[in-house]
Ligand binder design. Structure first.
Ligand code: PHE
Length: 339
């Protein structure tokens, strides 16, 4: 009897079960009413009383082993067969891959950059923590002059502040290179303003600089007209209103004809037919001098605009805070491919 049980242990170990049919044969051979296990229990009656305890234990161990072997094999076969059937089903719908979208400010920034790249502008960058010279003094803001209050500044210490505009990059570019210049300065800027739907303590700008021999106000006007048509549509008109910036003379603010109501009057243009887009002007000779560029030989223009403002107008967004709150329901609505 002991030998028989030992044999059966080996037989169970060596039995190959790789298919449903083999599993069924295994069950019939070992577990069915006429199977090996059942035979053993029948023979158990004839075991001598003093051996009953030991043999009974062995039979029970064998029974557990058979059951375990059968359950494991069945599980394996079931799992493999599911994977197999699925892998072969080429009609199954694919897994959804959600692609992200570009941030609206990124879309507008790229559009502005590529518009100017088409007419030969390059892109320049500089630090967000700036010294007084690059953010103010070199740009012709005299010390203690009220013009410095035009932009509420976050000071870090006596010497450094968070840049209030990317005009500081114009100075860095002119200091370290030789004219001519035709460059764009996109970047984040900071102003100490209370956060509301219309103002934030940081926003994004694109400024531009064009310096060469014989550059005139008319060149600036033509460049900005080209830009406005590219961004707001072929029928767009521009107008320049006199303004003041310490670093440009003369200075102007540029409006575009309202691209929403086509100047018929709407809430966006406040029924004036025009919307303000950017500041611009001819670079002040004092600024050129500060950067060791001879204003008798070179002249040029500069302009600067807020990316948020253009994005708000183009996408009809009425709250500036939406751009920095990262609400996925807002961000999902923008698609660079449609631009
Ligand atoms: N730096 C100005 C601003 O931030 C914008 C500007 C740039 C105006 C260049 C004129 C020329 O408000």
């Amino acid at each position: 009897m002991r030998d028989k049980i030992k044999d059966l242990f080996n037989k169970v170990d060596q039995y190959i079960i790789e298919s449903k049919e083999q599993a069924e044969q295994f069950r019939l051979m070992f577990l069915s009413r006429k199977g090996e296990l059942s035979n053993l229990f029948n023979d158990f009656k004839n075991v001598a009383a003093e051996d009953k305890k030991e043999i009974g234990l062995l039979i029970n161990q064998l029974k557990d082993k058979i059951q375990q072997r059968y359950d494991d094999a069945k599980n394996n076969i079931d799992n493999t067969s599911t994977v197999n059937t699925n892998a072969e089903d080429y009609t199954r719908p694919g897994f959804p891959f959600e692609t992200g979208t570009s941030h609206p400010l990124t879309i507008i920034r790229q559009k502005i950059i590529s518009t100017f790249e088409n007419i030969g502008f390059t892109v320049a960058s500089g630090p967000e923590v700036e010294d007084d010279w690059h953010n103010f003094s070199a740009l012709n803001f005299p010390e203690n002059h009220p013009a410095r209050d035009m932009q509420d500044t976050f000071f870090i210490d006596e010497k450094f502040a968070l840049r209030t505009h990317t005009s500081s990059v114009q100075i860095r570019l002119m200091e370290n290179n030789k004219p001519p210049f035709r460059a764009l300065m996109p970047g984040r800027v900071y102003r100490n303003e209370a956060i509301s739907a219309r103002a934030h303590c940081f926003f994004h700008q694109v400024e531009g600089l064009y310096i060469d021999k014989n550059v005139s106000f008319a060149d600036m006007k033509q460049t900005l007209l080209y830009f406005s048509k590219e961004i707001f549509g072929e029928q767009t008109k521009i107008r320049l209103r006199p303004s003041y910036f310490p670093f440009t003379e003369p200075s102007a603010e540029m409006d575009v004809s309202c691209f929403i109501c086509h100047s018929k009057g709407c809430s966006v243009c406040k029924h004036s037919g025009w919307v303000e887009i950017l500041g611009c002007g001819m670079v002040d000779p004092a600024v050129l001098q500060n950067c060791n560029i001879d204003p008798e030989v070179y002249s040029g223009f500069a302009f600067g605009m807020g990316i948020e403002r253009i994005a708000m107008l183009k996408y009809r967004v009425n709250d500036l805070r939406l751009f920095s709150e990262n609400d996925i329901r807002f961000l999902k609505q923008f698609n660079a491919a449609n631009e």
